[in-house]
Each structure stands twice: as structure tokens, then as C-alpha cells.
Design a protein around this ligand. Structure first.
Ligand code: HEC
Ligand code: HEC
Ligand code: HEC
Ligand code: HEC
Ligand code: HEC
Length: 408
């Protein structure tokens, strides 16, 4: 999952170009607006492969969010460029680098990482259209991937009538349906505890039982009053921010899990740790099986010396069965990407399943301690890559708790 040096260089070049472009936008704006005033309506013959810079010439703030992450605390070792901006580009803007770096069945990977334009699936459906690839992998998920209909019209929420391009209002743009096109496995079979289940976790665990009315956008694209295009006469309207913070954002991770330590018996070191999903509309962690949350506990004596430690891992399984060392021998028969990915998952052994939307997970631990006074310290950490050695560059603390206990 680490990108080789060559790929990193390419990211740098592309983003450098983006930032230069920003500096020059005011200039370009005048030029392009001048030509629009007289010219034909703007059209996008390249479809989903239309570079986002093209839309960014008129939609500058949205472009800055998408390409540079400005307005977020997105951090990623691979995407934190250019060096002059503290935030990192969104994962959508850099999605082309991921499958190239990881190999795998490229055609299939492209169906999401550089998807072609698509119709928004019906409510509640996955609607993945495969292979539906935009181009030869030269481009990431672009503005046009999400906004251009297969007929070449720009889909929006508001029908302004001011746009220089052909537009169509599609209310589904504000619903989870559009995200369901990619944030799924490609089958409609729910695998509890499995990877790439985000949309189904939202549909089955969060939306259906009525845990909340939020769509993906309500949490991941909070709205701001602003002009849709900087140089337009249109009045400001509520527009979703294009930042999509997830596992690379401390702000996003911070409110998702609550952690508490409970001493079940006042006299004994019988401990429970309560991990509750209070902030996500799906499991934590969600998405690829490389994502993981560690709960680490340290029991310190009065001198501050560690007397007992334990760690749990919450993570999605690679396949429909639990990851388990017992399968390592059988894994030798698997080949290609599946062999590699199943083996590394099984090598880490059995772990806790992700914490589902609204779920409180209790894990128990009764460490053997000599009589005395102790401080129990617990911490939750998020990693975007539990297979990275020794630790992923972007591990983040999600929360912590401490409790003073007596053991008799
Ligand atoms: C991953 C899909 C996705 C990508 C990529 C994307 N958008 Fe959006 N865009 C959306 C969604 C979803 C909304 C509606 C948000 C909401 O719920 O209010 C939206 C809203 C908008 C709106 C407001 C529409 C209206 O009628 O109010 C504009 C303008 C816009 N996007 C432009 C862009 C531009 C420019 C880019 C590229 C820099 C871009 N988008 C990239 C999904 C996307
Ligand atoms: C065309 C496919 C596609 C659509 C549509 C799409 N996404 Fe994504 N999304 C991806 C891919 C692929 C990535 C990961 C890119 C990478 O890291 O290489 C991603 C990444 C993300 C991340 C960031 C995860 C991280 O690790 O930082 C969030 C959050 C997210 N998407 C939310 C959404 C939401 C909300 C919607 C609907 C408004 C949406 N996406 C629509 C394909 C899509
Ligand atoms: C030449 C300038 C220009 C370009 C290029 C441009 N837009 Fe627009 N767009 C506008 C203006 C102006 C509006 C209307 C803004 C208003 O009414 O405040 C608009 C409106 C929109 C809307 C809102 C719905 C509507 O139709 O009014 C969306 C969504 C949108 N654009 C997306 C895009 C995407 C995606 C691209 C690139 C594929 C793009 N735009 C390229 C100028 C542009
Ligand atoms: C109630 C708010 C809420 C809703 C609704 C919600 N999310 Fe999230 N999302 C979160 C939080 C909090 C996190 C961080 C914790 C985590 O990774 O689960 C997150 C993380 C993510 C990530 C990052 C995972 C990674 O690999 O880095 C993706 C992708 C994502 N959400 C997509 C979606 C999609 C798609 C939907 C709709 C089907 C959705 N979310 C609905 C709150 C929400
Ligand atoms: C059905 C859509 C889809 C397909 C097909 C797909 N991906 Fe993804 N991929 C995603 C989404 C969505 C994410 C964002 C993370 C999440 O879901 O939480 C992602 C994230 C990733 C990441 C993690 C990037 C990071 O930020 O750490 C890697 C690596 C990856 N994909 C590789 C691949 C490879 C290799 C293939 C082909 C074998 C592939 N993907 C096929 C949707 C897809």
C-alpha cells in the first residue's frame, strides 16, 4: 500500500501543477469568462475523463477542497503535497495512484478508482456498473465522474439556469445512492464483519433501524453557504463541502468511538472496556481490511511501572470467514492477489470484528495483579494500514481513558 518513489514524484508533479494553477486562476478566470460570454455553451466531450482543472477554472473553492483538501485536516504520507499546504488532497482526487501502486486486476480496480460516468443507482440499491472504466488510468475520480450524466449533462442539486453548461437537477445527488456506486463490494450479499461493506452497513445497521436520518453527505459533505461559481451573479446557496474526510482525518475519527473503563468488582482487577460507535453511520473501521483500530491497555503501579498490558484489534476480515492462523496452510493453494491478501490477513490471526453502527462492544480482561493500587490506562488508535511494518505513517489516537483501581 506504500507508493513507490516514482509514483510519489508523479503525485508531486500533478499537485504542483494544481497549486500553480490556483495562483494563476484569477488571470485564467478573466480569460475564460471573456470567451464564455460570447461563445457556445460549455460541453465536456471527454466525459468522466474531463480533468477536474477544467471545472476548477470556474468552481475554484470546490476545486481547492477537492485537489488540496483546504478546509480539512486530511493528512496522508502519500498525499500531503504540495509542501505549501498543510492539508492533503482528498482520496477521490488521488485515487488513480492507489491501484497502480497495489497492482491487482487493473480493469476491475478502475471501475471505482477511475470510474466512467454513471446513472445514480435507485434508492437502496448497489447498482454497480462493471467494468465501466473512464480511461486508461490517466485520471482519478474527477468532478465529471460524479457530476456528468452518461448523456453529458451536469447533474446538480439546484437548477440555477445560470450555468454555461447543460444541467439537470437530480435530488439523488444528496442521498447515499450516489456513494453506493463505489462504496460497496460488488455483490449485494451483506457480509457482517467483511471489507468494503460501507454502503450496506449504512443501509442495514444505521438507516433501516432508524439510528439516524443522515445520508452519507450529511456527515461527509457538511454544507456551507457560498456561491456555486465564484464569478457568477447567482446568490449563495447551501453547498456540500468537497472534502470527504475519513480515515486520514483526526477530526473525523475523533468523534466516532467512545471509550470507557469499568471495574466490574470493586475489590478485584476484573476489567471491562466499553467501545461504543456513537459517531459513524456504518462500522468502525469500515472499508478495506487494512484499516484497523487498536485498543491498548496498560496497568501501571504507583511508581508508574507497567505491570500488565494487552491489545485488541478491531478490523474487517478479508473474506466471508474470520481471518485465522488456522487457515495459513490452506492459503498456500490460493494464488495471485487473493493468495497474498488472504495470507497476510490470516497471519495476523483472529481479531475483533468492526464495531457496528450504534453498537456497544464490551471486551473483558482479568489481569493477575499483586494486591495494591493501580492506574489502568486505555487508548484507541486508528491505522489506515494494519499490515504496514512497523507502523503506518498515519496512525491517529481516537480517544483515551484512565481509571484508578484497587486490587485486593
Ligand atoms: C465523489 C463525488 C463527487 C465529486 C468527485 C465531486 N462532487 Fe460536486 N457534489 C457531489 C455531491 C454528492 C453534491 C451534493 C452535496 C449535498 O448533499 O449537498 C455535490 C455538489 C456540488 C455542487 C453544488 C450543486 C448544486 O446544485 O447546489 C457543485 C457546484 C459541485 N458539486 C461541483 C463540483 C466540482 C467543481 C467538483 C470537482 C472539483 C466536484 N463537484 C466533485 C459529489 C461530487
Ligand atoms: C466513482 C466511485 C466513487 C464514488 C461515486 C464515491 N466514492 Fe468515495 N472513494 C472512492 C474511492 C476509490 C476512494 C479511495 C481512493 C484511494 O484512497 O485511493 C474513496 C474515498 C472516500 C473517502 C476517504 C477515505 C479515506 O481513506 O480518507 C470518503 C470519506 C469517501 N470516499 C466518501 C464518499 C461519499 C460520502 C460519497 C458519496 C457522496 C462517495 N465517496 C462517492 C470511490 C468513490
Ligand atoms: C466556464 C465556467 C464553468 C465551467 C468550466 C464549469 N462550470 Fe459549473 N457552473 C458555472 C456557473 C456560472 C454556474 C451557475 C452558478 C450560479 O448560478 O451561481 C454553474 C453551475 C454548476 C452546478 C450547479 C447546477 C447548475 O447547473 O446550475 C454544478 C453541479 C456544476 N456547475 C458543476 C460543474 C462541473 C462538474 C464542471 C466540469 C465538468 C463545471 N461545472 C464546469 C460555471 C462553470
Ligand atoms: C452519522 C455520520 C456518518 C454517516 C451517515 C456516514 N459516515 Fe462515513 N464516517 C463517519 C465517521 C465518524 C468516520 C470515521 C470512523 C470510521 O472510519 O468508521 C467515517 C469514515 C468513513 C470512511 C473512511 C474509511 C477509510 O477507509 O478511511 C468512508 C469511506 C466513509 N465513511 C464513507 C461513508 C459512506 C459511503 C456513507 C454512506 C453510505 C457514510 N460514510 C455515512 C461518519 C458517517
Ligand atoms: C467497488 C469499488 C472498488 C473497486 C472495484 C476497487 N476499489 Fe479500492 N477502494 C474503493 C473505495 C471506496 C476505497 C476507499 C476506502 C474505503 O472504502 O474506506 C478504496 C480504497 C483502496 C485502497 C486503500 C487506499 C488508502 O488510502 O489506504 C487500496 C490500496 C485499494 N482501494 C486498492 C484497490 C485495488 C488494488 C483494486 C483492484 C484489485 C481495487 N481497489 C478495486 C473502492 C473500490
Amino acid at each position: 500500500m506504500r507508493k513507490p518513489e516514482k509514483t510519489k514524484k508523479r503525485i508531486e508533479r500533478v499537485t504542483m501543477k494544481c497549486s500553480l494553477k490556483l495562483a494563476g486562476t484569477v488571470f485564467t478566470m478573466f480569460m475564460s469568462l471573456a470567451s464564455i460570454a460570447l461563445a457556445e455553451p460549455v460541453s465536456f466531450p471527454k466525459g468522466a475523463a474531463t480533468p477536474s482543472e477544467t471545472c476548477g477554472e470556474c468552481h475554484q473553492t470546490l476545486y481547492r477542497e477537492y485537489a488540496l483538501g483546504v478546509g480539512s485536516d486530511n493528512r496522508s504520507a502519500n498525499h500531503s503535497i504540495p509542501a505549501t499546504v498543510s492539508s492533503a488532497a482528498t482520496a477521490h482526487a488521488t485515487s488513480k495512484f492507489t491501484p497502480l501502486a497495489s497492482g491487482g486486476d487493473v480493469e476491475w480496480c478502475r471501475a471505482c478508482h477511475f470510474a466512467g460516468s454513471f446513472n445514480i443507482p435507485a434508492k437502496g440499491e448497489l447498482g454497480k456498473q462493471l467494468p465501466n472504466v473512464a480511461n486508461a488510468g490517466e485520471i482519478s475520480i474527477t468532478c465529471a465522474t460524479c457530476h456528468l450524466t452518461p448523456e453529458g449533462k451536469v447533474r446538480g442539486v439546484h437548477k440555477t439556469g445560470n450555468a454555461p453548461h447543460a444541467s439537470v437537477a437530480e435530488p439523488a445527488l444528496q442521498s447515499s445512492a450516489i456513494c453506493a456506486h463505489c462504496h460497496v463490494d460488488t455483490t449485494d450479499k451483506r457480509i457482517v464483519g467483511g471489507q468494503y461493506q460501507t454502503f450496506m452497513e449504512w443501509r442495514e445497521d444505521f438507516n433501516k433501524p432508524g439510528l439516524g436520518a443522515q445520508q452519507c453527505q450529511d456527515c461527509h459533505m457538511p454544507r456551507t453557504l457560498r456561491k456555486l461559481a465564484e464569478d457568477s451573479d447567482g446568490a449563495p446557496v447551501a453547498v456540500g463541502r468537497h472534502l470527504w474526510t475519513g480515515g486520514h482525518s483526526g477530526q473525523r475519527l475523533g468523534g466516532s468511538l467512545s471509550l470507557a473503563i469499568i471495574q466490574r468488582d470493586k475489590e478485584k482487577a476484573n476489567l471491562s472496556f466499553s467501545v461504543t460507535n456513537i459517531g459513524a453511520g456504518h462500522s468502525v473501521p469500515t472499508g478495506p481490511n487494512a484499516r484497523g483500530v487498536y485498543l491498548s491497555v496498560d496497568v501501571l503501579d504507583r511508581q508508574g511501572v507497567s505491570r500488565a498490558r494487552k491489545e485488541w484489534l478491531f478490523a474487517p476480515n478479508f473474506s466471508a470467514r474470520p481471518d485465522d492462523k488456522a487457515f495459513l496452510e490452506a492459503d498456500k493453494k490460493l494464488s495471485g492477489y487473493e493468495g497474498y491478501a488472504q495470507t497476510r490477513a490470516d497471519a495476523q490471526g483472529v481479531h475483533e470484528a468492526p464495531v457496528r453502527a450504534g453498537e456497544e462492544r464490551l471486551v473483558n480482561w482479568d489481569p493477575a495483579l499483586a494486591p495494591g493500587l493501580y492506574t489502568v490506562k486505555a487508548q484507541l488508535r486508528y491505522t489506515t494500514d494494519r499490515f504496514a511494518a512497523p507502523v503506518a505513517d498515519d496512525e491517529k489516537v481516537m480517544g483515551s481513558a484512565a481509571l484508578l483501581i484497587t486490587s485486593k
